[in-house]
Design a protein around this ligand. Structure first.
Ligand code: FAD
Length: 261
């Protein structure tokens, strides 16, 4: 069984500078940590590996220091690490990120299962997992709150759709995105620190991914373009209703301000 887990390095604090020209975060200047939701993805991957036997490959796209999150995942039980890193990948939106990760995954031994976190704490879109599945043509379930059954043929999962729970059966190969319901992520162990200190992390850039003149990656391959960054203008107005039907007056004001239809 080959499981791939996608993990992202996110800024440790919210205090990260923006590049005003490109409209993207200056990630290389910020201290990073493993996206908290990806701890659950790693936990799920390692738990399934222990049950069915196999191996787990952790993959990330980011600047060179993102290797740190791969090493962190080794301490929890992943076996191999791939870092997709190239200045040309910078500024990617979710489409370009999913495209690049899908290309990297397609160069690995065919995975049976790909696991992502449900969202990140910086971009927070929750789009990358389903995007990878679409690029690879795989069935997928996002917002998985628990895995009911794990067999050699596939998974039975509970998907939290907000107003209802869906029970979904997925044959391998497939992709799921997971969150807190998966259970407490294991702690890194000192034994694993010693055992994994020489584990290599493979780094692939745009050349290794076989990108030629295509512009589906990085800022140039991202349809999301930030035009301007500015603090929101907060306007305050004090309105006093004194006589008559106050509720009606308030309602009319809200209609006028387009707060209600
Ligand atoms: P999500 O889709 O929330 O991540 C879900 C899961 O996908 C993660 O848990 C992880 O398992 C996997 N994953 C995500 N990124 C990586 C990675 N680099 N390497 C490995 N696994 C990964 N982009 C847009 O397209 N539209 C926007 O509106 C938008 N707004 C943004 C706002 C802010 C404040 C910031 C900082 C970024 C924004 N971006 C946006 C860019 C977006 O963050 C990046 O494209 C990012 O690389 C992926 O999106 P995400 O963080 O939302 O990931």
């Amino acid at each position: 069984m080959h499981i791939v887990v996608c993990i992202k390095q996110v800024p440790e604090t919210r205090d990260v500078a923006m590049d005003p020209d490109k409209g993207v975060l200056r990630r290389s200047e910020a201290a990073g940590k493993l996206n908290p939701f990806d701890l659950y993805a790693v936990e799920a991957a390692v738990g399934i590996k222990e049950k069915l036997t196999g191996r787990v490959t952790a993959i990330t796209m980011g600047p060179p220091q993102a290797e740190q999150v791969i090493r962190e995942s080794f301490l929890m039980g992943t076996d191999e690490g791939v870092l997709l890193s190239d200045p040309a990948f910078a500024g990617a939106d979710t489409l370009a990120t999913a495209f690049t990760l899908a290309r990297g995954i397609s160069l690995l031994d065919r995975p049976d299962l790909i696991i992502c976190g449900i969202q990140t704490t910086d971009g927070d879109t929750g789009q990358v997992g389903p995007g990878i599945a679409e690029f690879l043509g795989l069935p997928h379930a996002s917002y998985v709150r628990s895995i009911r059954e794990i067999t050699r043929e596939g998974l039975l999962v509970e998907q939290d759709l907000g107003d209802r729970i869906a029970i979904v059966s997925l044959p391998y190969p497939c992709l799921i995105t997971v969150g807190k319901g998966i259970g407490q992520p294991r702690l890194p162990s000192f034994r694993r620190l010693l055992a994994t200190k020489d584990f290599p992390v493979v780094t692939w850039g745009s050349k290794e991914l076989g990108f030629g003149d295509e512009v589906y990656f990085g800022l140039d391959g991202s349809p999301t373009q930030v035009e301007r960054i500015f603090p929101p203008k907060i306007e305050r107005e004090q309105i006093i209703f004194e006589d008559g039907d106050l509720a009606r007056q308030l309602y009319q004001k809200l209609v006028e301000l387009k707060f209600v239809g």
